[in-house]
Design a binder for this molecule. Structure first.
Ligand code: ADP
Ligand code: AMP
Length: 217
């Protein structure tokens, strides 16, 4: 089963994916996490991606498509995967369809998490992420038990540089222009499920699970 989580930055894709992969035993592919790890370790890929990410722009399609193509070939993806933050352009979605077709697979469900813009701003500017395991918290909505310490691995929490107010605004603009067209793209394919993400994490999670189960009937 191949599930795409679609939605603006801050919609809760990573938060919901953390739960879904545990419950459904699917591989997890978050292009943002992969790119941040590459930037941190200073690889050639990371050096290329860094300037785009700092500005809130998208990394070029060919770079992210290659990352996902390679990752989907890993053994842990055989039973299925959750894609978080990919695809983000129509060109990426077309490329994903082709990669999957070559593997005899397809996108089974696209979970579009819809959240109002004002809410996105407070979610993103209050987000904290674990340096070691990338688990996500929020200073108000989902605080860790101990301030700035990850509940899961004890790692240090930090604020992403691109979660500053100016970069967040740029990222939302990029989303509207380049990623939002994917809503219609997947609606036309008949795989789109729209979820109201303006609610408590548990309620959103229950709806997502129901949408996935409905899809596998
Ligand atoms: P995305 O992966 O879509 O960018 P995240 O999952 O990182 O979004 O969530 C963004 C921020 O909002 C995080 O700080 C997270 O803890 C918080 N968050 C996620 N879902 C909810 C929710 N339903 N209600 C309130 N805060 C949420
Ligand atoms: P995210 O962690 O999903 O919020 O992504 C953080 C940043 O990584 C984005 O603002 C982009 O610069 C880059 N990025 C992540 N996924 C993609 C993608 N599919 N296409 C292009 N850039 C991406």
């Amino acid at each position: 089963m191949l599930i795409v989580l679609l939605g603006p930055p801050g919609a809760g894709k990573g938060t919901q994916a953390e739960r879904l992969v545990k419950q459904l035993h699917l591989a997890y592919i978050a292009t943002g996490d992969i790119l941040r790890a590459a930037v941190k370790s200073g690889t050639a890929l990371g050096q290329k991606a860094k300037e785009y990410m700092e500005r809130g722009q998208l990394v070029p399609d060919e770079i992210v498509v290659e990352i996902v193509r390679e990752r989907l070939a890993d053994a842990d993806c055989a039973a299925g995967a959750i894609l978080d933050g990919f695809p983000r352009t129509v060109a990426q979605a077309d490329a994903l369809d082709k990669v999957l077709r070559d593997m005899g697979k397809k996108v089974d469900r696209v979970i579009y998490i819809e959240v109002e813009e004002e809410e996105l701003l407070s979610r993103l500017t209050g987000r904290r992420v674990c340096r070691d395991c990338a688990a996500t918290y929020h200073i108000k909505f989902n605080p860790p038990r101990v301030r700035n310490v990850c509940d899961q691995c004890g790692g240090e929490l930090y604020q992403r540089e691109d979660d500053s107010l100016t970069t967040v605004q740029e990222r939302l603009q990029v989303y509207r222009e380049q990623t939002a067209p994917l809503i219609d793209y997947y609606r036309k394919q008949g795989v789109l499920e729209v979820i109201d993400g303006n609610r408590e994490m548990e309620e959103v999670y229950a709806d997502i699970l129901a949408a996935i189960e409905k899809g596998s009937d």
